[in-house]
Design a protein around this ligand. Structure first.
Ligand code: NAP
Length: 282
C-alpha cells in the first residue's frame, strides 16, 4: 500500500515495514481474518508452519484477487524439520498449502541450539538452496542470538536478510538488534505490543494522550521509527485498521527515549529464551 514504506534487504529485495501476523489465528478463521486484513490494506503476511494456518492464508490470497507481486508472504520452517531431508519436503508443503510458486521470505523459526547436535548451519544451507532455486525470494532466521548469527557468518557465505526476534518496550533486546544491524540484517520485531501487555503502561498511555493516538499506535510507531519491521496480530477489523494507521504522526525524541527506558530485560520476555527453547510440536 502506498503509505507503508518498503525497506531494502541485503539481498536487493524490499519488504513492507508493516504487515499482519497470524500467530494464534485459528486455522478455520484464518482465510476470513486474513481477508479482512487485506481489505484494511495490509499486503505483508507473516505465517509459519507451526501456526497450522498456511492453507487459510493461501485461500485468502486466492479470494482477494490481489496480484501476487503486490503481496509479501513470509513463512517459517517448523522445529521438527531442521534436518535437510526433512526441511525440503516441509518447504514443498508450505508452498502447496499457500498455493504459491514462491514465498517472499522463508525463515528458520527457532535456532534450537540444544537440538540436532546444535547444527542449525546445515538447516541454513538448505534454505540457501530454496533461495537459489527461486522458491524463496529471500531467506532469514528467527530468534537467532548474536552468537548464532556469528556462526552462520563463519560457516556460510549468505547473510540472513532478516532476524525475527521478540522486541517491544518491555524487552528492547538491544544486544540482538545491534548484532543484526552490524551484520546488515533487518530486525523484525515479534509480539510488538507484547500481546497487549504494554497497552496499559502509564508512560505509553500518557504519550498516547499527548499525541491523540492509542497506546497500540504509539507502541507500533516507536518500532517503526527505530527502523524495525512489525506485523501486529488482531482478529478484529477495527484494531487491524488502528494498527495500520501509523504513518500520519510522529513521536518526538523524548517520547522515543521514554518508551525505550521501559525495558525490563529478561523479565520482560513474553516468549521463551532462544538459548534454551527446544520445543518440537508433535
Ligand atoms: N518468530 C516467532 O517466534 C514469533 C513469536 C510470536 C509472534 N510472532 C509473529 O509476530 C506477530 C505478532 O505477535 P503476537 O501475535 O504474538 O502479538 P502482538 O501482535 O504483540 O499482540 C496481539 C494481541 O494484542 C491484541 N491487539 C492487537 N491490536 C490491538 C489493539 N490495537 N488494541 C488492543 N489490543 C490489540 C490482539 O487481540 P485481538 O486479536 O483480540 O484483537 C492480540 O491478543 C505474530 O502474529 C507472528 O506473526 C513470531
Amino acid at each position: 500500500m502506498a503509505n507503508v514504506p518498503n525497506l531494502s534487504l541485503n539481498d536487493g529485495n524490499t519488504i513492507p515495514q508493516l504487515g499482519f501476523g497470524v500467530f494464534q489465528v485459528p486455522p478455520e478463521d484464518t482465510a476470513r481474518i486474513t481477508g479482512q486484513a487485506f481489505e484494511v490494506g495490509y499486503r505483508h503476511i507473516d505465517t509459519a508452519q507451526m501456526y497450522g494456518n498456511e492453507k487459510g492464508v493461501g485461500k485468502a490470497i486466492r479470494d482477494s484477487g490481489i496480484p501476487r507481486e503486490e503481496l509479501f508472504i513470509t513463512s517459517k520452517l517448523n522445529n521438527g524439520f531442521h534436518e535437510p531431508e526433512k526441511a525440503r519436503p516441509a518447504f514443498d508443503q508450505t508452498l502447496d498449502d499457500l498455493g504459491l510458486e514462491f514465498v517472499d521470505l522463508f525463515l528458520i523459526h527457532w535456532p534450537l541450539p540444544t537440538r540436532y547436535d546444535g547444527d542449525f548451519v546445515s538447516t541454513w544451507k538448505t534454505l540457501i538452496e530454496f533461495r537459489e532455486d527461486g522458491r524463496a525470494r529471500s531467506i532469514g532466521v528467527s530468534n537467532f542470538q548474536p552468537d548464532h548469527l556469528a556462526r552462520l557468518a563463519a560457516e556460510t557465505d549468505v547473510v540472513p536478510a532478516v532476524n525475527q526476534i521478540e522486541v517491544h518496550p518491555y524487552l528492547v533486546n538491544e544486544a540482538a538488534r545491534s548484532a543484526n544491524q552490524a551484520a546488515g540484517i533487518l530486525t523484525e520485531s515479534w509480539s510488538p505490543i507484547a500481546q497487549g501487555g504494554v497497552l496499559d503502561d502509564e508512560v505509553i498511555t500518557k504519550i498516547a494522550a499527548e499525541v491523540g493516538r492509542t497506546a497500540a499506535q504509539v507502541t507500533l510507531r516507536w518500532h517503526i521509527q527505530r527502523g524495525d519491521i512489525v506485523f501486529p496480530k488482531s482478529s478484529t477489523p477495527e484494531r487491524m485498521a488502528e494498527n495500520f494507521a501509523l504513518f500520519d504522526f510522529e513521536l518526538n525524541d523524548e517520547a522515543m527515549r521514554d518508551i525505550t527506558a521501559l525495558d525490563r530485560g529478561e523479565e520482560g520476555r513474553t516468549g521463551p529464551n532462544p538459548d534454551v527453547f527446544d520445543f518440537i510440536p508433535v
